[in-house]
Design a protein around this ligand. Structure first.
Ligand code: NAD
Length: 259
């Protein structure tokens, strides 16, 4: 990657007082969790996997649910550790520069890396919790996975008998309006918007880039593949996230804390 552009973006990070980051599945691939649409993505390799992410298929078909529970059991996320990309965003928070971290990810690696939960806006929920489709009860996912390990192929809610799923937003499922509002509001409050590891194809969250631009924020996209917003960005850094983010977020002595 051209070191001139890295130095220029590094200077923008250094100057920025309120950075808003939007992260997608690409920030976690170097932690061993595949994305959906990258070259090694779950959907790229197995188009049938898309069915398991669709709420209508999930609710209608016990076979889809059984396959989903097996998938959850074997998810690489349970043993994944944050990588230097996640740690760079922790650095930004420690320096008092990170206004908000909007994430489409469901793996909680940002919080595990050390970002404060109140700064992380999880627009698609968390795979570390389950929810009941019938009564809305929520709890730790591991408790349900124990039941699957013990032989229940499609466990149901012990309170109401409803279908259980991970507490994530599946395709076809409604987003939580308050969470989306918070993300949109935060996107318009920064002076530098970092879009990291997202194909920026899923709305309304992809629209945070436009909200940030309209509010006068600088836009930097860090993603291996082109996105529909590359023309609108001030800089596009197409390298590996776990290499690029530490370089642009490296903390020179001149960094001033925003707080
Ligand atoms: P996506 O799969 O649509 O796009 C990921 C992008 O990241 C791709 O364009 C890919 O080229 C890029 N990328 C992957 N690894 C990279 C790397 N190391 N360096 C640079 N670029 C890299 O992901 P999305 O836009 O986040 O949308 C997918 C949806 O799927 C999300 O909304 C999320 O809820 C869910 N998802 C989450 C996880 C997770 O939590 N880790 C994993 C898979 C899918």
């Amino acid at each position: 990657m051209d070191s001139k552009i890295i130095a220029e973006v590094g200077a923008w990070v250094s100057e920025a007082q309120r950075i808003v980051a939007l992260t997608g599945a690409g920030i976690s691939t170097d932690s061993g969790i595949p994305d959906f649409r990258g070259p090694q993505g779950v959907w790229t390799r197995n188009p049938l996997a898309e069915k398991m992410s669709n709420i209508h298929c999930y609710l209608a078909d016990a076979q889809v649910r059984k396959a989903s529970w097996q998938n959850r059991l074997g998810s690489p996320a349970w043993s994944a550790q944050p990588n230097p990309g996640h740690l760079s965003l922790v650095e930004l928070e420690r320096a008092g520069k990170l206004h908000a971290l909007i994430t489409q990810n469901i793996d909680e690696l940002h919080q595990i890396a050390g970002n404060s939960p109140e700064r992380v806006i999880e627009v698609h929920g968390s795979m570390r919790r389950f929810m009941c489709w019938g009564c809305g009860m929520r709890g730790p996912m591991q408790a349900v996975l124990e039941r699957v390990r013990a032989g229940e192929a499609d466990p149901h809610c012990r309170t109401c008998g409803g279908i259980l799923k991970s507490d994530t937003i599946s395709f076809g499922q409604q987003l939580v309006p308050e969470v989306i509002d918070r993300a949109m509001q935060a996107a318009g409050q920064g002076d530098l918007f970092l879009a990291v590891g997202s194909s920026l194809q899923v709305y309304p969250i992809a629209g945070t880039v436009e909200v940030a631009r309209a509010a006068g924020s600088r836009i930097v996209i860090v993603n291996a593949q082109p996105t529909p917003f590359d023309d609108l960005a001030d800089a596009v850094l197409p390298g590996s996230i776990s290499e690029v983010l530490p370089r642009i977020c490296a903390r020179p002595l001149s960094w001033k804390s925003a707080r």
